[in-house]
Write a protein that binds this ligand. Structure first.
Ligand SMILES: [Zn+2]
Length: 410
């Protein structure tokens, strides 16, 4: 009997052991290199671990990106611009050169253009809370770079003739305040701005709990489209409750989008789709990750930290965004055009929300109240002199002239 029980236990152990392999065994069996986005992340970050604006590392990363895009068969261009940099902790007291790297697919001036972008600089040498941040910018924004490179690679192999131009843009100096994207947009003529069908941005698309796509602070066809094509793996951001709280110089309320390069395009009237990972844990309060909200701009922003804390999930996130862009934009190009052609109509007119305009409106209102109060004060002064006589003008009754006509009530 004892033997029977022992056999039974042994059999159970065997069955459960086979059905439910231990987590450690599962983790060991992950082959990260099966995934294109992971391979790009590893290649990019290993070759360019420090890429802070204006450093030699950023310049080397720009060159690296050019070379990889050329290997895929793209002609590349670069834009050089000046960006603020700091030599003292937290103080931007100098300028240095940074670059945008651009690759175009089958450019045809008669077609509209889709821009697919990610910033490639990082915050590894920036001061954060009195310390140099460190890390290798694997999530911010090695992940976005990896996604865009994976899409560029797939498109280069397909050599498809699409109904629109595709332009891949790797922005420099995002961490210094979207300097690269601001420069890129500043160089576009109005006609070129009008000709952009959609700007797609990928920034921080790895270790967050959830994936999001944002088009505006309201429902947009492009956010609906990408959420749907991802089969529900990518969420639309929660409804914006317009909570007042200055989030940026862009909008005087806390917006649910990640502040990144797409905002420079949106402010030039160009529709956008911004992909990012994170967690709107209590509706509106955003964290990168509920358990580990300590990655961006810290020493933890490394591939190893993500592997150790998130296993394969950060790679799944990058793959999901890469697939949404590739299948959504390139494989289904015709239905993509139909879905997003009216995206421009959904852009919020920010005139009344712009803080500069709001200040101007406030000043005009205050001036109006001031003038009214002054006139009322003068009227009261006259009443003090004239008693209950009808006051005809607001001129002070000191030196009477033709205007100072009044009649006494009967
Ligand atoms: Zn970023």
């Amino acid at each position: 009997m004892k033997k029977l029980v022992l056999c039974f236990i042994l059999a159970l152990t065997f069955v459960f052991g086979a059905v439910c392999p231990q987590t450690a065994t599962a983790a060991e069996s992950i082959n990260y290199n099966d995934y294109a986005t992971y391979n790009w992340l590893e290649k990019f970050v290993t070759a360019n671990p420090t890429r802070t604006t204006g450093t030699q590392g950023e310049a080397t990363a720009a060159l690296w990106l050019e070379q990889e895009l050329q290997k895929m068969g793209y002609a590349t261009e670069t834009q050089t611009f000046e960006a603020p940099v700091g030599s003292v902790a937290g103080v931007m007291n100098s300028v240095a050169n940074s670059k945008n790297v651009i690759a175009k697919n089958n450019y045809d001036n008669g077609k509209q253009t889709v821009i697919i972008g990610a910033h490639y600089d990082n915050a590894s040498d920036l001061f954060n809370g009195g310390f140099v941040s460190g890390g290798e910018g694997a999530m911010d924004n090695g992940s976005g770079v990896a996604v865009v490179l994976s899409v560029a690679e797939k498109l280069s192999k397909q050599r498809a003739v699409l109904p629109f131009n595709v332009e891949f843009v790797f922005f420099g100096a995002e961490e210094m305040g979207m300097i690269g994207s601001n420069y890129y947009v500043s160089k576009l003529s109005q006609q070129q701005r009008d000709n952009i069908l959609l700007m797609i941005n990928a920034d921080v698309v790895a270790s967050g709990d959830n994936l999001y796509v944002w088009g505006e602070d309201k429902k947009t066809p492009q956010a609906n489209y990408f959420a749907q094509i991802s089969g529900g793996k990518i969420n639309k951001t929660p409804a914006n409750t317009k909570v007042i709280g200055v989030h940026s110089g862009y909008r005087p309320y806390y917006s649910v989008c990640q502040m990144s390069d797409h905002m420079e395009f949106l402010y030039a009237g160009i529709p956008v789709a911004a992909f990012f990972s994170g967690n709107f844990s209590s509706g509106f309060s955003y964290v990168e990750n509920k358990g580990k909200d300590d990655i961006s701009h810290t020493k933890n922003d490394t591939i190893n930290y993500m592997k150790n804390n998130f296993g394969i999930s950060f790679v799944n996130n990058m793959e999901t965004v890469s697939n949404a862009i590739y299948y959504g934009v390139i494989q289904n190009a015709d239905s993509f055009v139909v879905q997003v052609k009216d995206a421009r109509k959904y852009i919020i007119n920010d005139f009344w929300l712009d803080m500069g305009n709001a200040l101007l409106i406030l000043l005009v209102l205050m001036a109006g109240v001031g003038i009214f109060a002054y006139n009322y004060y003068k009227k009261l002064q006259k009443r003090a002199i004239l008693g209950n006589a009808d006051v005809k003008t607001s001129t002070v009754f000191e030196k009477p002239d033709d205007d100072d006509i009044f009649t006494f009530r009967s």
